[in-house]
Design a protein around this ligand. Structure first.
Ligand SMILES: NC(=O)c1ccc[n+]([C@@H]2O[C@H](COP(=O)([O-])OP(=O)(O)OC[C@H]3O[C@@H](n4cnc5c(N)ncnc54)[C@H](O)[C@@H]3O)[C@@H](O)[C@H]2O)c1
Length: 252
């Protein structure tokens, strides 16, 4: 955080600390602001996913969107962040919870994790399917795919008074159309969510406690534990959508 670089590559060149934590390094000196204490009985491999995917997804649902019991909710994009968002939304007690993706395997997993309906965004009539299931659209759409088409889906399924929350990171500079009059005549809200609007020292222990109580089954998102030798294949699997989350175990 102070700008110092304490990591070196094999040639001795200084390299930056990714996101202030250097999570692909075996050891790192980090700013105290990047550290959250967790109880010793929480396995580190489990705690690891709470630092980004869970904080972003669950936080987007609970903090940024502030879903209230009985609301109609859709989550668009079902990677590690999106499925965490789905579990977070479930925790808030919606009357209808809809999962949307372009990957049938993700839709199946979302159903197992508690989605009431799973919709394939490749269906030409997917917006209408959501409107039909919800009697006119959702109160809250949470975009966690990081793509413009996903944002357009989220915007297109809002009911009057609805809120689109986006924590997916669309490509820098990309834009998506909003009908300006909708903001007024339909009271549509569009809200961004950085790391789920979380305060890490407050929210990570809170989310871990929900996991311990069985109310946030994040363990169901975790696939293989891999070492550094498999990190590149791990990224390929992630990019192909074949896994949700893998745990990199530096000393495994
Ligand atoms: N806001 C933040 O602070 C923050 C933090 C972490 C990650 N992110 C962003 O969140 C996004 C999701 O991260 P992830 O690790 O879960 O990614 P991921 O690639 O594992 O998952 C993305 C999912 O979106 C689906 N998808 C793609 N196009 C879609 C569409 N048009 N409609 C519906 N679904 C679609 C994919 O099939 C996939 O299941 C990324 O863009 C990432 O950069 C943001």
């Amino acid at each position: 955080m102070g700008g110092g670089k304490r990591l070196r590559d094999a040639r001795g060149e200084a390299i930056a600390h990714q996101s202030g934590v250097s999570c692909f390094a075996e050891y790192a000196v980090v700013d105290r602001g990047s550290v959250v204490r967790v109880d010793k009985d929480v396995p580190l491999a489990m705690a690891a996913v709470f630092g980004c995917a869970v904080m972003t997804g669950v936080g987007a649902a609970l903090n940024t969107a502030g879903i209230r019991p009985g609301q109609k909710v859709a989550v668009i994009g079902l990677g590690g962040v999106g499925l965490s968002g789905l579990l977070g939304a479930k925790l808030a007690g919606p009357s209808v919870l809809i999962a949307i993706d372009v990957n049938p395997a993700k839709l199946g997993l979302a159903r197992q994790l508690g989605a009431d309906h799973a919709i394939d965004a490749r269906d030409a009539d997917h917006l209408q399917q959501v409107r039909d299931l919800t009697g006119g659209g959702v109160d809250v759409a949470i975009e966690l795919a990081g793509s413009i088409p996903a944002l357009e889906t989220g915007y297109g399924i809002l009911r009057t008074g609805g809120t689109l929350v986006t924590a997916g990171l669309a490509p820098a500079g990309a834009a998506f159309p909003i009908h300006a009059a909708d903001l007024v005549s339909r009271e549509i809200t569009v809200k961004g969510s950085y790391m789920g609007s979380c305060v890490p020292v407050r929210d990570i222990p809170r989310f871990i406690e929900a996991f311990r109580q069985g109310r946030l089954p994040i363990d169901r998102l975790i696939g293989d534990h891999i070492g550094f030798d498999a990190i590149n294949q791990g990224f390929d699997l992630l990019a192909d959508g074949d896994v949700v989350r893998q745990i990199l175990v530096p000393h495994g």
